[in-house]
Design a protein around this ligand. Structure first.
Ligand SMILES: [Zn+2]
Length: 327
């Protein structure tokens, strides 16, 4: 199967795909956990009587369920084919896809779009981001002989703030702290302030102390560097992203620069304006794509489907400013 096939599924095929990925051994009841196939029945759909497509009945607890119960797709009004399309598109787009773009691509060729307004697609994208978030037990990044690059960047900020100093510390932009293991995974954190306490917390929770830590020369990193086997620095101000050490090795922060360039192109180019409140989810999205960059496109999309279970999330009602479509 190709990624483009996932975008072309009918609603029935999309449901069958979800069932196959979520229930490889047959349906199991999300209410009582029953997975005895002799004790789960399928209920025939009957729109006239309001019986939904894909309904199953558990013969243990007598409750009914579909494949979307307990997932990011629960109670959705959008067709499942749109969800699979969005998952396929978002899993593959290096710089992200905007909700507006998805809405345009999914709009029927003729007639009104019966499915949803911009808000519905905006919610869908955030729920897909939520499924991208890695909630599993997190192994520490780095380790003996491994290198972790830590850096911070400042994202967003409306143009009216730019005259107040442009980039970097002390602007209205939101700080994002990112850890990238050389050749490995990335983790990003929206942080209210770049200070000793906040960075120490993220470093302690996420990086093996046996690692070599690479940072820029911000004074803040000096005491933090002492927590690790070794601390090396690169000079950002001098545009020195690679430094040859006396022992012949090279210290670079290229990984995190590459990561930030994708994130920033996503925020400025695709999403235009990301509110502070939602920035962590965009970071989760970019972390996810970075961490799965060696997977095939289809496997990456199906991983989102697998991770969509147990992730149902009720969002507060969005403010108008959250969902204003980009100009
Ligand atoms: Zn049950």
């Amino acid at each position: 199967m190709k990624l483009s096939d996932l975008k072309r599924l009918t609603d029935a095929e999309a449901r069958a795909m979800l069932e196959k990925v979520r229930w490889p051994d047959g349906p199991h009841c999300p209410h009582c956990g029953n997975c005895d196939q002799a004790r789960v029945g399928k209920v025939k759909a009957n729109p006239a009587k309001g019986i939904r497509e894909g309904l199953h009945q558990c013969k243990e607890c007598r409750k009914q369920f579909t494949v979307t119960v307990g997932t990011i797709m629960e109670k959705t009004k959008l067709p499942l084919s749109h969800w699979l399309y969005a998952i396929a598109a978002m899993s593959n787009a290096k710089k992200g896809v905007s909700a507006k773009q998805l809405q345009r691509e999914l709009k029927p060729e003729t007639g009104p779009n019966l499915y949803g307004n911009y808000e519905a697609y905006w919610f869908m994208c955030h729920r897909v981001r939520h499924a991208m978030r890695d909630d599993g037990v997190k192994a520490l990044l780095g380790g003996d002989g491994k290198t972790v690059v830590a850096d911070e960047t400042y994202v967003g900020g409306k143009p009216r703030y730019r005259h107040q100093g442009g980039t970097g510390r002390g602007t209205a932009k939101v700080p994002v702290f990112t850890l990238v293991e050389r050749g490995g995974r990335a983790r990003s954190f929206v942080t209210p302030n770049v200070n000793h306490k906040n960075l120490k917390e993220h470093l302690t929770e996420n990086v093996d102390p046996k690692s070599t830590l690479v940072t820029d020369e911000l004074l803040l990193y000096r005491p933090l560097g002492k927590m690790f086997a070794e601390h090396r620095t690169t000079l950002h101000g001098a545009r020195e992203y690679a430094r040859k050490e006396p022992d012949g090795t090279v210290t670079t922060s290229n990984e995190v620069e590459a990561f930030y360039s994708l994130l920033k192109r996503g925020v400025y180019g695709t999403f235009h304006h990301v509110s502070k409140e939602h920035l962590q989810r965009y970071c989760d999205e970019f972390d996810f794509r970075w961490n799965t960059r060696r997977m095939s496109d289809v496997d990456r999309a199906l991983l989102i489907v697998k991770q969509s279970a147990g992730k149902r999330l009720m969002y507060r009602k969005p403010k108008a400013s959250d969902i204003a479509p980009p100009m």
